[in-house]
Write a protein that binds this ligand. Structure first.
Ligand code: FES
Ligand code: FE2
Length: 347
């Protein structure tokens, strides 16, 4: 994938809280065996590769011999081959062959730089440090009544926190997603709702809006969103969808839910990659194409706006920008980021 191109000036060092966290850097399907896949996380260039046993490895994109990029290398005999002098590194990150001295054991210090990895929800999660939390739990993942779809990646030339804040904001629907998630000429009045905080992040009570094309069935719905932010760059909503058209209401069920788990990969302070896992327990006739078409449209509309926001880094000093009662959850998000003491990606 081509790197996003919003230019960063004078970048800060990533905070320990972000280093010691899990971040999605790819979909599992994008890391087939036999391929070296580049990625960038918090300004650090990485490679991903899958060994013959199916385990994914995430390493610094650097060969310790002369500093060449392993991302320009390839896989041979279940090892990563450096493109410069052909040194080979196995799944334990150890150099197992120096081709110019094939009869001698390679130096013990000749090792790649591995990071922690987990595969969950069809996504590759990596941490550059020592994670203090597990990978957040996507509640519907283990519920077999929900079909799951990975959507994205969406490259946002935008700050990851601003992108997450956009995802948890129900008042932009009529304007950014008019005709889909809201009606521009008749924007919903958003009633007050509650915000909660616990060990699992911050969340809301139900936020109800009307959506003319609120899900992939192309029917108008009354949607009730419950949002949650698990980690600074991992968020979620569960949306209860009730068909608004009385004549078609029998086609739905009170249990119908459309749930979305969103991750923002902080490429650097002002670029991120959005990846989602969507879980749906209705519309069994909907195809993956139907789902992707709508997701791609909604996220391209979000991208168009979020890429224009300035300052590029999110302000968490509440004196910056104007906050309205209806920004309650976004405000809680900024307070929560501020309380984590983050500085990277923060204005
Ligand atoms: S720089 Fe990698 S083998 Fe020499
Ligand atoms: Fe949006």
């Amino acid at each position: 994938m081509n790197a996003p191109v919003r230019m960063v000036s004078e970048t800060a060092n990533p905070d320990t809280a972000l280093i010691d966290d899990w971040h999605v850097i790819g979909f599992s399907k994008d890391v087939p065996s036999g391929k070296v896949v580049p990625a960038t996380l918090l300004g650090e260039d990485l490679i991903m590769w899958r060994d013959a046993a199916g385990q994914v490895h995430v390493w610094k994109d650097l060969c310790i011999h002369r500093g060449a990029r392993l991302s320009k290398g390839w896989i041979a005999n279940d090892t990563v081959v450096c493109p410069y002098h052909g040194w080979r590194y196995d799944g334990s990150a150890k150099c197992v062959l120096v081709p110019a001295a094939p009869d001698q054991p390679p130096p013990l210090k000749a090792r790649a730089f591995p990071h922690r990895i987990e595969e969950r929800y069809g996504m590759v999660w990596a941490s550059l440090g020592e994670p203090k939390h597990g990978v957040p739990v996507f509640p519907e993942w283990t519920d077999s009544s929900f079909r799951k779809f990975n959507t994205g990646p969406y490259l946002f030339k935008a700050n990851g926190f601003r992108s997450v804040e956009n995802f948890i904001d129900a008042t932009h629907f009529p304007f950014v997603h008019g005709g889909l998630n809201g009606v521009e000429d008749a924007p919903d009045k958003v009633e007050d709702y509650k915000v909660f905080e616990d060990d699992n992040g911050i969340s809301t009570s139900g936020i109800r809006v009307y959506q003319p094309y609120g899900d992939h069935r192309q029917v108008p719905v009354n949607a009730t969103y419950i949002y949650r932010v698990f980690r600074p760059l991992v968020a979620y909503f569960s949306k209860a969808v009730e068909i608004a058209d009385a004549g078609k209401r029998h086609l739905g069920s009170p249990e119908d839910r459309f749930c979305t788990f969103l991750t923002a990969q902080p490429v650097d302070e002002v670029n991120c990659i959005i990846r989602l896992c969507v879980a749906i327990n209705f519309g069994s006739d909907l195809t993956e194409e139907d789902i992707l078409r709508r997701q791609d449209k909604v996220f391209s509309q979000d991208k168009d706006i979020v890429e224009t926001q300035r300052p590029e880094r999110i302000p968490v000093d509440l004196r910056a920008e104007i906050h309205h009662r209806t920004d309650k959850f976004g405000l809680a998000y900024r307070r929560w980021l501020g309380a984590l003491g983050l500085t990277y990606g923060i204005a």
